[in-house]
Design a binder for this molecule. Sequence first.
Ligand code: NAD
Length: 345
Amino acid sequence: MVRIGVVGYGTIGKRVVDAISKQDDMNIVGIVKTKPDYEALIALSKGIDVYTLPERIKLFEEKEVEVKGTIDDLIQKCDVIVDATPGGIGVRNKNQYYLKHDIKAIFQGGEKVNVADVSFVAQANYEEAVNKRFIRVVSCNTTGISRILATFIENGLEIEKARVFIVRRGADPKEYGKGPINDIVLNPATIPSHHALDVKTIIPNIDIVTMAVAVPETLMHLHMMYITFSESISKNEILDILYRTPRIIVVESEMGFNSISQVIEWARDIGRIRYDIPENIVFKESITVDGKELYFFMAIHQESIVIPENIDAIRASLNMLSKWESIRKTDYSLGLIQEGKMYGE
Ligand code: NAD
């Protein structure tokens, strides 16, 4: 069993911990929390050991929240650390803690590209991450875009150019202090948004431009995809590829899917914990083909889309399984949609 520590127990960290606990080839040794708050108590109630930064031990003791030791103590007991701290803290942790130990680490998309040896999306470049010491799982939008573009490439379609127009959720549900509350914010005001550059860290030679705005909702991102291939394609060919690719779900307007809130309601109805949707959601009726051009709407659940990638990144870093063995194992353990199981039949 591979031993994993998770540093940062927020939106991404708590989901990674839950996902690790569902694997039979890795174990969660503990987490690093900076605050002795309700999230620390929930972790303890789940039997997860809590560690903290050296200067925070006293704070936990004062609040009588059980703490097992420092981040260094946790690292010494682990084979891999998943760092899920806010952007910029991961690189600090790397310099302060990870480099001095014999440890591998997985970082998240809020870190700069050079924090790691490789940026990672399982379906796109699993093999490049095999045996790497430091791996960066890219951000939610970049994961969704890279996953679907890699799917077309893997199925033999040559992409001439990809243009992606992104409507971003303004904040995650728990981010009570963030907006916008009555606006559409250019996010950023320049074109391309960082997503295009980030996709190139995964699929280097792709011609891609992304533009993004942020809107007042917390549910999912919506991507308007416009892809040009080098040769004409058919709608059936696209549908066939999407239907048989893991981590991509095609939903139908006819079945009641016309908005992201309906996708979220579906996830709640089928009993997904925290209504998580780690799959790309493609809206079937929007798939439009005109010669070499393809258009469609795609929704991405920002809080959970990168969770399977974190599990696969752990396996890649230790060369535990091949790409598709890992992807299938992860998907099965997390209960992701297998073909034909969409409505719980
Ligand atoms: P978050 O704020 O929800 O969680 C981060 C947690 O880390 C917080 O609980 C914070 O208190 C804690 N923390 C801060 N400094 C720490 C330290 N030194 N040691 C240990 N813990 C510390 O953030 P998040 O949304 O989970 O984002 C984490 C990373 O994942 C970022 O790089 C982000 O860009 C990336 N990401 C976020 C999303 C998303 O939509 N939330 C999606 C994909 C990727």
